[in-house]
Design a protein around this ligand. Structure first.
Ligand code: FES
Length: 314
């Protein structure tokens, strides 16, 4: 509001941009929690900086905005009372640094912030944190590598976390590819469909009569030979994959996830799962680009991959 000589209307402080910046920071932070830690970090920094500036402005008075210098009233203009223009800002009582209304305003905002934090932080913590804590990989011992016949596929079920019992039983399609140089090579594919997560089946017969049960420290591992001549097939919506787990038909957005593995003391040990877009080559000569484990239906390449929420660690 422009101040004119003789204008006795109350002069309001110019609007401040700090609350707007603070709001933008909070929005960035919330959106970032869904799509990317980088965006969340930028939002947190914005919210902190603008929140600090806003709080400082509230504590110290009117916004620190440079305005045009006040014009000297014309000599013949009627005298303006000293307190005109400060109607919204009462004079401090003698001995007070700030007007009491300022103190009440700051105290209300501060208390509101504290109460808001006390109410929302535990709720947000209980909702989000469990997905991020105690999620270290459970290594799974599948037994001696000699139990996996070379160049043959098996459907292998095992307990991901023996402490949780049968509810943690998982399935993988495993092929012993023989030696790669002097190291054993395996293909270990998850049976979780990359569309909506249904259990994918072997596209060929299962040889139940040759099923074997291997006792390990992780509990029983069941190994059933199979011949997935048609690759792997999802019964839910007809998603199809070839023997490397590459999508060949249907709605899945990428190939089947894979398990990390290592050979320890001659035994096959599984680790974390990871996602792949597409595998080039096959068997021991397959070239695999690894991505962080993505959720069902989530793209791991291209623009679409930015549209999906952050995945909790697995
Ligand atoms: S869940 Fe597998 S195709 Fe839909």
């Amino acid at each position: 509001m422009e101040e004119r000589p003789g204008d006795d209307r109350p002069q309001l402080p110019p609007p401040s941009l700090w609350p707007v910046g603070f709001a933008v920071g909070i929005v960035c932070l919330l959106v970032g929690v869904v799509i990317s830690w980088v965006v969340a970090a930028v939002g947190a920094v914005l919210a902190l900086v603008f929140g600090f500036l806003w709080a400082r402005e509230v504590a110290t008075g009117s916004p620190q905005v440079a305005g045009p210098p006040a014009e000297e009233p014309a000599p013949d203009a009627p005298a303006v009372p000293a307190n005109v223009g400060e109607a919204a800002m009462p004079e401090p009582e003698p001995g007070e640094r700030f007007p009491r209304s300022k103190f009440l305003e700051g105290a209300t905002l501060g208390l509101g912030g504290v109460i808001g934090g006390i109410v929302t932080l535990p709720a947000v913590g209980f909702a989000l944190l469990p997905a991020f804590v105690d999620q270290e990989a459970h290594e799974v011992d599948l037994g001696p590598i000699g139990d996996f016949e070379e160049n043959k596929w098996s459907v292998v079920t095992f307990l991901q976390d023996p402490g949780q019992g049968e509810i943690s039983r998982r399935t993988a399609f495993i092929r012993n590819n023989g030696l790669l140089g002097d190291k054993p090579s395996f293909t270990v594919i998850s049976n979780r469909c990359a569309h909506l997560g249904c259990p994918v089946q072997s596209g060929g017969p299962l040889f139940d009569e040759d099923k074997q049960e291997i006792k390990t420290k992780n509990g029983d591992v069941l190994v059933t030979p199979t011949l997935p001549a048609a690759g792997f097939i999802c019964p839910c919506h007809g998603g199809s994959y070839d023997q490397e787990g590459n999508r060949t038909a249907g709605p899945p957005t990428r190939g089947l996830d894979r398990y990390e593995f290592l050979i320890r003391d001659g035994r096959l040990v599984l680790g974390n799962t990871y996602s792949v877009a597409r595998v080039e080559g096959s068997g021991k000569s397959a070239r695999i680009k690894r991505y962080e484990l993505a959720g069902p239906g989530q793209h791991v390449t291209g623009l679409e991959s930015w549209l999906y929420p952050i995945q909790a660690p697995h």
